[in-house]
Design a protein around this ligand. Structure first.
Ligand SMILES: [Zn+2]
Ligand SMILES: [Zn+2]
Length: 415
């Protein structure tokens, strides 16, 4: 029955054919990382694999995105998602399958995410005639700041889809464990950049200048008060100035300074309040020191990420399925963090569920976390991710198909 599907998928995913298949895909992607909206070869590899499996798909969506369909082609529809993009950084790990592209690296594990979704697809396609509805495979571009999920969503890929599941590899939990929570799990996030303009001149004659360095310093201090003095201490928010650029010489006051950073909150209302106040504080505080300032929020290039909220009912579903597969003791509870994920664009539109997949191997020591040039994926985690995604989706259909539809063959006989 339903309770047996998760462990049967896990056994299937651990078989050498499927495990080796996922490892091969993952290593090939790792060697050829592509940045957001440039995942052309990645996308081609995915489509080739879907072709070989006989899975129909739509392409292109949001430049390089691919949407595959497994099952009856009829409702209910449930989606499982992987992101495809790499990061603009140099890999520092010396190994056989090191990135072949200088300055680009899969340092967030999205290569593993794609490999696991293809692994899940392979298993699900094998049992496609048993599916009580349709599983939608979502391969999305540009998770790392480009808002690929937003563009996929705006292209209508979630039409008629009832729920979506997403995962992220994590170096914090052991292989065979997952971590998650119900409700808000990651923050909403925005970026800003401000140019503070004064009047440059000799550093020894400040009276003839309008000093943008001092004005910017005061702006940064004032921005710190948005969270410490204006936000409810029990409501987590962040304003970080991460960029401060201006001046080249010891004895010259520059004409202008550019500062930039990010702001985070756990509700859209508070995120918008921060945006509004950042603009106000920057321009008004600049005026105190006779400077002019303009603030840019990059909302087109880097859309504000919504809060990632895990649906309550999907949380119950996840607990049941992951519990059957891994045992309840291997489902860890996470605290929300101020990081952001563009999976939130999907979860904002329909019930969504995002969880972390452990890949720590205690005997091999601590792994470097994501976005480190030393980041490594423990490939032993691949069967768990593939089996979880496949099981979550297949069992969701079993539980949600309309009773009027004729029951199909049952998984427990065949898996
Ligand atoms: Zn990342
Ligand atoms: Zn990531």
């Amino acid at each position: 029955m339903l309770a047996e599907i998760p462990s049967k998928f896990l056994n299937l995913a651990k078989r050498p054919e499927l495990f080796d298949y996922m490892v091969k895909i993952r290593r090939s992607l790792h060697e050829n990382p592509e940045l957001g909206y440039e995942e052309f070869e990645t996308s081609k590899l995915i489509r080739n694999e879907l072709d070989k499996m006989g899975i129909p798909y739509k392409y292109p969506i949001a430049v390089t995105g691919v949407i595959g369909y497994i099952g009856t082609g009829n409702p209910p529809f449930v989606a499982i998602r992987a992101d495809m993009d790499a990061l603009a950084m140099q890999e520092a790990v010396e190994w056989e399958h090191k990135s072949k592209v200088p300055g680009k690296m899969h340092a967030c594990g999205h290569d593993a995410h794609v490999a696991m979704l293809l692994g899940a697809a392979k298993m699900l396609q094998e049992y496609h005639s048993d599916l009580e509805g349709t599983i939608v495979l979502v391969f999305q571009p540009a998770e790392e700041g480009g808002g690929g999920a937003k563009r996929m969503r705006d292209a209508g890929i979630l039409e008629n889809v009832d729920a979506i599941f997403g995962l992220h590899v994590s170096t914090r939990y052991p292989v065979g464990a997952v971590a998650t929570r119900s409700g808000p799990v990651l923050a909403g996030s925005g970026f800003f950049e401000a140019k503070i303009s004064g009047k440059g001149g000799h550093a020894a004659l400040p009276q003839h200048t309008i000093d943008p360095i001092l004005a910017s310093s005061n702006i940064i201090v004032s921005l710190q008060h948005l969270v410490s003095r204006e936000a409810d201490p029990l409501d987590s928010q962040v304003v970080t100035v991460a960029k401060f650029q201006g001046g080249h010489a010891f004895n010259v006051i520059p004409d202008s300074v550019t500062i930039g950073g990010t702001f985070r909150a756990f509700s859209k209302e508070h995120l918008m309040q921060l945006k509004h106040r950042i603009e106000e504080v920057v321009t008004l505080q600049a005026a105190v020191q006779r400077c002019n300032a303009s603030v840019h929020f990059y909302a087109d290039e880097k859309p504000f990420y919504p809060v990632t909220v895990n649906d309550k009912d999907l949380h119950k579903h996840f607990h049941k399925i992951a519990g059957h597969m891994l045992g309840g003791e291997n489902i860890k509870e996470v605290q929300p963090i101020m990081g952001a994920e563009d999976f939130s664009f999907f979860a904002e539109a329909i019930p969504g569920y995002f969880y972390y997949l452990g890949m720590l191997n205690e005997t091999e020591g601590q792994l470097e976390s994501g976005h480190s040039p030393y980041f490594k994926v423990n490939e032993d985690a691949l069967p768990y991710g593939a089996a979880l995604q496949a099981s979550l989706a297949a069992t969701y259909l079993l539980e949600h198909h309309s009773p009027t539809t004729t029951p199909k063959g049952s998984f427990h006989d065949e898996l």
